[in-house]
Each structure stands twice: as C-alpha cells, then as structure tokens.
Design a protein around this ligand. Structure first.
Ligand code: ARG
Length: 501
C-alpha cells in the first residue's frame, strides 16, 4: 500500500537510499553529465543521430527523476573538416561568377554538403583548400568565422525543430560544441607534455599507452595534434573532460554514441586518467549502441540508398499512426485523431528503439513498432487509455495521476491476480534504479510490458466497477496505481500517454 499515496511511486530520492549491504551511510545525489545527441552540424539530422538522442534523453530523465543533478551536454560537431569544405565550396561558387545569395544556398544545407563532399573526395586541390580553411577557422580567421556562424546557426535551428517534435529536453544552454573548446586545446597538449605523455611521431604529437596495441602488437597512438598544427576529435574530448570535471563538477559522465566509437572513448578515458584530467573518483562511461537496420538486415537507408532524414522519418511515423487511430476509433474528430497520432507515432519510434537492448543492432520495422500487441508504445498507450476509460465509465475522476489525489489507497489483496499485479507495482522503484545504474532503458520497457500483462490478467478475472465495496475501491486503487506507473514510466522514456485511442 506504500506506493499509492506516494507521488514518486515508491522511488526514493538519493539521500533516502541506503548504500549496499556492508557499507555505511546513504547515497548522495550525483552530478551526472549526459553527453547525447551531439550531431555534426554541417548536415541535417539523420537516422544516425536518432538513437543517441532518444536513449540519452531517457537516461537523463531517469537520472533526474532519481534525484541526481543532471547536466545535459550536446557536444555538437561544429568545428571539423566539414566546415572547411563548406567554406571552400562557397568560395568556388563565387569565383565561378555565380553570385547566388548565401541564404539561398543555406536553405538546403544538405544539398550544399553533398556537393562539397563530392568535390572533396574527387578533387585534391579542393580538398587541400578545405583543409587550409579548417586551420584558418581554428586560428580565428574572420572571414571563415562569419561563414561558419551562418552554417551553424541554420543547422542548429533545424536540430531544434527535430528536438521539439521528438519531445527531447535539450536546450540551447546544453550546447557546448567542439568549437567552444578551441582555446583550451594548446593547453591540453601542453599539459600532456608536462605529464610526460607526449611523443612526436612522423611530425604529429601523440600519446602512446601500453594497453592499446594493433593486431601486430604495435603500440597505437592517440594523435592530439597533427603535422599541419590541426587538433583532433580526441583533443577536443580531452578538453571537454577537463571542463566537465573542473567546471561542471561531474562525478559521473555518460557518453551516448554508437559502438563504433568504443576505442576512441577507451583511449581518451585512459589518457585523461594518466594526465590527471579525471580523478579515479569520477566515473567515465561510454554508453554504446548498435545500428538501425532495415528488414533485410542492411543499414537503414532511403530507397535510393541515401541517409534517411529525421524529419522525413517522423512525418512517416505520424502518417502511419493516423492509420492505426482510424482503425481503432474512426468516429473521433480529425483534430483529435491528429493529436493522438502524433503521440502514438513518435512514441512508437522512440519505444521501438528503447525497448531493445541498446548494445545490439535493431531492425526498424513500422509494422512491428505500431502493432497493438507486443512490447510496443501503442500497446502501452492503449493499456493506459483503457485504465482511464474504467474511471470514466465508473464516473470516477481520471486525474488520480495527479499528486493531489489520495482517493485510491485502500488495498485489499485477495485474488491471486490482484496479488501478482501488486507485486509488479512494487518492483517499479528497483527497475528505475537499474535503468540508471546500467544505462539500460529496455529494462523499464520490459517492466512496463510485464505490468500491462499483469493488469490484463487481473482485469479479466476481477470485475472492478461491478464489485461490492470495499472490493470495488481496492480494485480501483490497483487500476489507479497501474495507470500512474505506466504514465510515469513512459514519461521517463520521453513518451506521452493519451486519454483515449
Ligand atoms: N559528433 C559526434 C558524432 O556525430 C558525436 C560526439 C559524441 N560526444 C563526444 N563527446 N565525443 O559522431
């Protein structure tokens, strides 16, 4: 009975949680940095950014719910070769006497990027100019910087549109892109030198660590400064660790990226430890995930073989969800159908991703994610809507989810199905804790799916509204606790519920 009147559904705040057996004292709230989404800004957001954005957001929400002090960091790639490429391309367009105005080119950043990339790959002169531009940009050349500001501004607006549609909590203030670490990079290299970690190899400044070797057992370098003076992804990440530890006082840092970056993170974590940028007390965790595959098991692409733009994918999700709502509830007014479809469609895409063990590749299938039976968002949303309808039918208030409601608190557990449901409800807190400590949102999806199953069994064998008191109230209390748990759980995953479907 402890769960029902408690708005946190039995989930304790950190200072209320005892440490594991054998240790003394209580847990403290942790300052946790969650680095997620972090797209490269020269292009539009595409499906490659989806998993990091969705998984990272769910983890940040969960950690926050547990009472930790979460700092979201959007480490956008706003500083690499791609920008040198774009500047070089625009220069070439101008030289060709083509005075197309800048804003028109920027309107389709994607197209611009494609053209520039093609030249970069096929024309060595162009590639050289592009590389020179990167160095110019990084050393403060004004012309390059103005152009760069334009590209990033347009690109950020686009990202924010996608975040808005996805209901992702990243804000402008959470953006700290690669460029912001530019001034720290010489110092990072100097400190590595001071720590005796730097070696020159073929003109480049490198850190060699014994534990990293290639398959021929030769030591692998972490290059921190190239021969031409340019800095690298790794250098920026080392600067970012210093900032997160020194300025954000992070005690735990999560990096949500695809698993192909595993070696990169192992290397920079090791360098950061050796150089004293991150003391052992600070947890550094790469949270890797697999690829999104199509039904044939190939990387997810458009029919023409291009990368799928996120806006297109989300449009399609809503279109498909309208079909589902039409089939379920054809008589709803159109406006309401659209609203439901938006929540169901976006929810389906997010849930399909989150319900997989993130470390494996997963097959993206509209049919599967929009199915009403199975571990899907529509199934969970439907389970919630059904509970709401019980309250509506019984003329009971449906706002039991609000904290003010303490009406449904008297439990009388008799039937085995009631017991099974109550036991499930009590497992919510430990599930949320496990999601946060292991960074596995699929544990929460699995839990919610089981909970909905236990509810169905209960509802089939135990009449609610037609039972005499006090059974009726007790069963309503079980319905209310289930509804709140589903709603809260989906909320931690960044998925909205609907009142009817
Ligand atoms: N911009 C990178 C990419 O698109 C991801 C950055 C992840 N975060 C980090 N601190 N390295 O692959």
């Amino acid at each position: 009975a402890a769960i029902a009147p408690d708005e946190r559904l039995g989930v304790a705040k950190p200072h209320q949680r005892y440490l594991p057996k054998g240790t003394v004292g209580r847990q403290a709230a942790q300052a946790v940095v969650v680095d997620y989404s972090s797209p490269n800004l020269a292009k539009e957001m595409h499906v490659g950014h989806l998993r990091s954005t969705i998984i990272g957001d769910a983890l940040a929400r969960t950690l926050e719910f547990l009472g930790h002090n979460v700092k979201r960091q959007n480490h956008v790639g706003d500083w690499g070769t791609q920008f040198g490429m774009l500047v070089a391309f625009m220069d070439r367009v101008r030289e060709g006497g083509d005075t197309e105005d800048l804003s028109r080119e920027l309107a389709d950043l994607e197209e611009l990027y494609r053209k520039a990339k093609h030249l970069f790959d096929t024309d060595p002169d162009f590639a050289n100019t592009a590389r020179e531009n990167v160095v110019k940009l990084q050393s403060g050349d004004e012309n390059c910087q103005i152009r760069w500001l334009n590209y990033t501004a347009v690109s950020l607006l686009h990202c924010e549109k996608v975040y808005g549609r996805l209901g992702v909590m990243l804000k402008r203030d959470d953006i700290r892109g690669e460029s912001e670490y530019n001034d720290d990079l010489p110092e990072v290299v100097a400190d590595l030198e001071k720590a005796g970690l730097l070696t020159e190899s073929q003109g480049a400044q490198c850190v060699f660590l014994d534990e990293f070797r290639n398959k021929d057992n030769e030591p692998l370098p972490v290059i921190v400064k190239k021969t031409d003076g340019g800095y690298l992804y790794a250098t920026t990440d080392l600067a970012a660790i210093r900032y997160r530890v020194g300025e954000l006082h992070a005690e735990r840092i999560l990096y949500v990226t695809d698993s192909r970056q595993a070696l990169h993170f192992r290397q920079i974590f090791a360098v950061a430890r050796k150089a004293g940028f991150a003391p052992e007390s600070v947890l550094l965790e790469h949270v890797p995930f697999g690829m999104m595959l199509d039904k044939g098991g190939q990387p997810f692409k458009t029919r023409e073989g291009g990368t799928v733009k996120l806006t297109d994918l989300l449009d399609e999700a809503e279109r498909q969800a309208i079909g589902l709502v039409n089939a379920k509830n054809p008589d709803l007014p159109d406006e309401q159908k659209r609203e439901i479809a938006e929540k169901v469609g976006i929810g389906a895409v997010k849930y399909a991703d989150l319900s997989q063990n993130r470390t494996s590749d997963y097959v993206f299938s509209w049919d599967k994610m929009l199915s009403l039976d199975g571990n899907t968002a529509p199934y969970m949303q439907y389970a919630y809507a059904r509970i709401q309808s019980i309250f509506r039918k019984g003329d009971e208030s449906t706002d039991y989810t609000e904290k003010k409601s303490t009406n449904y608190t008297n439990f009388l557990i008799e039937d085995p199905a009631e017991r099974a449901l109550a036991v499930k409800l009590l497992q919510f807190a430990e599930t949320v804790e496990a999601v946060a400590s292991e960074c596995l949102p699929n544990l929460l999806c699995g839990y919610l799916f089981d909970l909905a199953g236990a509810f169905t069994t209960f509802y089939e064998s135990c009449p609610v509204l037609k039972s005499p008191e006090p059974t009726r109230s007790s069963r309503l209390a079980l319905c209310a606790a289930t509804g709140r748990t589903i709603r809260t759980g989906l909320g931690l995953l960044g998925i909205e519920t609907v009142e009817q479907m």
